[in-house]
Design a protein around this ligand. Structure first.
Ligand code: RIB
Ligand code: CA
Length: 312
């Protein structure tokens, strides 16, 4: 029985790779894709989600637009990494399918409330605004979520948009705070993991060598979005973030970490958006997050290559 998932996302080249990996994997049933403002504005993110579903030959997967800005703060975007459209790199055709009319937050609420409790996993690849708003509008969803598997945060690698904060949390720390406290099981794929999952030239060339449309598009996406990080970190490859969420669902044994408390800084302007992880259990704060610290890059890229080859 495939695992039912809803993907909440701000595509974003790395989001796109995560969505493709999910759509290529028979172990997963992607019920819907919900766009959120983050990497770039909501309009582009939603349009990109439609493009990616069509690239995978899956125009049947409904795509929704969620929130256009964070719960409290002004939207911070990352065109400097992802380009003006958020999906610079490949020249993908404008989508033929339209967005669903329902708001993405209402789709998340209605789907969770109608489904068997604990039967749907939320995979979040961007700021947590949609999930935060869904929890405010219908708190009852918290005990109906099977698991939230999210890309966000960092402790040993600290931050990427500020010295203290990772981008997804930084954009909407209030939403992240709500999610951390909601009681649903949370697995956090952090910068500590994604900085180990580097898209080196040989890995990108292997993706291009698959020779299908999806492999070529992924190559063009990542060779565009990597340039900012290669300059910043000076590594052989840029970190690959969002696909680790899907890889965790498919091959959890590729990752390791521990249950610990994660609390979000929402007050200090210096460290706002920081995921304060009590990894060494020095407090008695509730252990609310399955915090992933390490990832097996060789196994991850073998999985990604294998699955991308199954796509058009
Ligand atoms: O910090 C990395 C995260 O921010 C990824 O989800 C990337 O897509 C951006 O949204
Ligand atoms: Ca993202």
């Amino acid at each position: 029985m495939p695992r039912k998932i809803i993907i909440d996302t701000d595509p974003g080249q790395d989001d796109a790779v995560a969505i493709l990996l999910a759509l290529a994997s028979p172990e997963l049933e992607v019920l819907g894709i919900v766009a959120v403002a983050g990497n770039v504005g909501l309009h582009h993110n939603a349009n990109n989600a439609l493009k990616i579903a069509e690239l995978a030959g899956r125009a049947d997967v409904p795509v929704f637009a969620g929130c256009a800005r964070p719960m409290r703060r002004t939207l911070v975007t990352a065109e400097h990494v992802h380009g003006d459209t958020g999906l610079n790199g490949p020249d993908l055709p404008q989508p033929k399918t339209a967005l669903q009319a329902q708001h993405g937050v209402d789709y998340i609420i209605d789907t969770l409330m109608a489904a068997e409790p604990k039967s749907i996993t939320l995979c979040t690849l961007g700021p947590l605004t949609n999930i935060g708003m869904a929890l405010v509008k219908q708190p009852a969803i918290a005990e109906r979520i099977a698991e939230i598997v999210m890309m966000g945060g960092g402790y040993f690698e600290a931050g990427n948009i500020t010295p203290a904060a990772e981008f997804n949390i930084y954009v909407d720390p209030e939403a992240a705070d709500l999610v951390m406290r909601c009681g649903a099981p949370i697995t956090m794929m952090t910068l500590d993991v994604t900085h180990q999952i580097q898209s080196t030239p040989e890995r990108l060339n292997a993706i291009r060598a698959i020779g299908n449309k999806s492999g070529t598009a992924v190559y063009e996406m990542l060779t565009f979005s990597e340039s900012f990080d290669l300059k910043k970190y000076g590594w052989d490859g840029a970190p690959l973030h969002d696909p680790t969420v899907i890889a965790y669902l498919l091959r959890p044994e590729l990752f390791d970490g521990r249950l610990c408390n994660v609390t979000i800084e929402t007050a200090s302007e210096l460290t706002v958006g920081m995921t304060v992880a009590d990894y060494w259990h020095v407090t008695d704060r509730p252990r609310n997050v399955n915090y992933m610290r390490n990832g097996n890059a060789v196994g991850f890229y073998a999985l990604l290559l294998e699955r991308l080859a199954l796509l058009p």
